[in-house]
Design a protein around this ligand. Structure first.
Ligand SMILES: NC(=O)c1ccc[n+]([C@@H]2O[C@H](COP(=O)([O-])OP(=O)(O)OC[C@H]3O[C@@H](n4cnc5c(N)ncnc54)[C@H](OP(=O)(O)O)[C@@H]3O)[C@@H](O)[C@H]2O)c1
Length: 280
């Protein structure tokens, strides 16, 4: 199957999500608007932000300064932990929409499950279901959910999240989670798809990169896309934003096997429910 930067995956509510997007975590204020605007003017169709990134206003400024109309690209934000709960979730989303200078987002996510008090997360989900009906969010989903937390949410509401955004890269190949999401029609969106640049000098990555005349970052991203997932690499550098979009070159079966074998279950972020990763 030939894919390009405009390729999409179909969500369980019928909407489309682009396969590639720009992440903005830790994009500093002055860089963020410029990076968003540059990415949108260079064919990116998805921008990922979150309340806690403290840059929603910059994302709003960035897209407004770009050549793109709001309905021509996909925008995601996430409800932060302290905004969970029925009323506060809604209030926080109204604030986010103002900062983002938009009437709606394409995807609204619960940033983290509240594992100590899951009823708070279930209430948040209920508010999101209503916000979706009212048109404030076209699609709704979650982030950092395990299969059992997904099951718990689905049992309580019967609305299956459209997306689960989780850490996923060649050094954290979450195969079972990907399988679980696929079986239930949940699109897995890979965050930190470059493992935050920690292993770009890995010899296997270098070998495959050399074979295709690409960079190791491009190989890592192509691997995510070829697993039929969505990837949202972050950069504030124009050269890298372009490089990270030039990833539709096609890894072969042997490359994929070697890359699958790089897994070390190594997390860049340690969720409260996960065993501590080797790295941290
Ligand atoms: N839902 C969640 O809990 C969650 C958690 C983490 C991340 N996310 C989302 O996922 C996005 C991506 O994850 P991430 O930011 O953690 O990590 P990432 O995309 O894996 O890596 C970003 C790092 O790699 C560098 N980089 C980017 N492209 C490069 C290239 N071609 N060559 C070399 N270095 C490169 C960036 O630096 P420069 O910017 O200096 O280029 C930055 O330091 C986030 O920005 C955020 O939107 C979500």
């Amino acid at each position: 199957m030939t894919r390009d930067i405009h390729s999409t995956a179909t969500l369980n509510d019928g909407h489309q999500i682009p396969r590639l997007g720009l992440g903005t975590w830790r994009s500093k204020k002055k860089d963020c608007a410029r990076a968003v605007s540059f990415a949108l003017n260079n064919e990116y169709d998805l921008i990922d932000t979150a309340q806690i990134y403290n840059n929603e206003s910059q994302v709003g400024k960035g897209w407004k300064e770009s050549d793109r109309a709001r309905d021509s690209f996909f925008l995601t934000t996430k409800i932060w932990n302290w905004n969970q709960g029925y009323r506060s979730a809604r209030k926080s989303v109204e604030k986010s929409l103002k900062k983002l200078q938009t009437d709606d987002v394409d995807l609204l996510l619960i940033h983290w499950p509240n594992v100590r008090n899951f009823s708070r997360t279930a209430e948040t989900w209920q508010a999101m279901i209503e916000m979706q009906k009212e048109g404030l969010a076209r699609s709704i989903g979650v982030s950092n959910f395990t299969p059992s937390l997904l099951n718990e949410l689905i049992e309580q509401s019967e609305v299956v999240p459209a997306v689960n955004q989780v850490e996923f890269h060649t050094f954290l190949y979450q195969k079972e989670l990907a399988e679980f999401c696929r079986e239930r029609g949940i699109v897995l969106e890979a965050y930190s798809p470059l493992a935050r640049g920690e292993h770009l000098d890995d010899p296997t990555l270098l070998q495959i990169a050399q074979k295709h005349g690409k960079s190791t970052a491009q190989v890592m991203l192509a691997w995510v896309i070829q697993h039929d997932l969505v990837a949202i690499p972050k950069s504030v550098h124009e050269k890298r934003i372009l490089e990270n979009a030039d990833i539709f070159f096609g890894l072969d079966e042997a490359d994929m096997q070697l890359l699958d074998g790089l897994n070390r279950d190594e997390r860049q972020l340690n969720p409260p429910w996960a065993p501590r990763s080797r790295k941290n």
